[in-house]
Design a protein around this ligand. Sequence first.
Ligand code: GTP
Length: 318
Amino acid sequence: MGASGSGKTSMRSLIFSNNPASSTARLGATIDVEQNHVRFLGDLILNLWDCGGQDAFMDSYLTTQRSTIFQHVGVMIYVFDAETREMNKDLEYYRDCLEGLTQCSPEAAVFLLVHKMDLVREPKAIMFEKKREELQKASSGVVITVFGTSIYDESLYRAWSSIVHTLIPNAAVLNKHLNIVAAACSATEVILFERTTFLVIATSTSSTSSPSASTSSTSSSSASISSSTYAPSPPSPSDPHQMHIKRYERTSELIKAFKWSCSRVREEFHSLELDMYDFTAVLDEMTRNTYVMVVVHDPTIETAAIKLNIRMARKKFE
Ligand code: GTP
């Protein structure tokens, strides 16, 4: 949900339909609600509702359609245009929607995206911090997670990986299995991506940069705020190989762009091997709906051995 023009359909088009950011300028306003069913992991189907943000539609969601819109919600994602001139009006609608949500789906998680951060000229981290506080106040005690996002960089993948992660019922089991694969490959890290969206589903490490661990509670209130691309992020002290804090979302974004280039020359993307100076990375199909990336810093480990381990692990993940 969110005001008209805040960028809801654009992000859906990028993440779930593999379209490039440049194509979003052609999108028209969403009429009422557009529903999408995205088969995510095996039998897990993500039921995504894109609620057009024009005032007439918003008013109808809050009145006649109230029980349809706000019942059985797993996650509400509310998008704010970072450069909006109508923040007060946006906040008013947001408060009303939050009220509807807490009435009809009290268990639902709430994610707030301060979107179009690429357009912000003042220091982005300071602006984001201000917005975050404003949103925290407007949420009157409801637990929220805030991300700064843009369709022009990897920030959107970080936010959406985190959102989707909250919806996966067996995420902890996946983490455990990935740890076993990591140990078998002597890998520094193993990451599981969803096949179409390339969102991160689970990782073998439980570092602060993992999407599952990006939310932290603040002591001053019951709201919780995530670290974001646009907020200063602390270095990861537990990271022996100095791996980049944004590596997951950067990988999602780069592979999606690569897949798109492949499709333009009518080639299908299957796997990728990177042999760099200080590490090796193998990206390969794990199941019908997932890809796995194994990152190894030990130069004595052969790529073929990593691929063999992935092949042997497939059955466990199906
Ligand atoms: P409704 O369907 O009316 O509710 O609007 P919406 O929220 O779905 O907005 P939409 O996705 O149609 O985006 C409106 C405009 O914002 C488009 O021209 C997009 O190209 C642009 N846009 C979306 N995301 C971004 C972003 O991150 N940065 C910038 N600069 N523009 C964006």
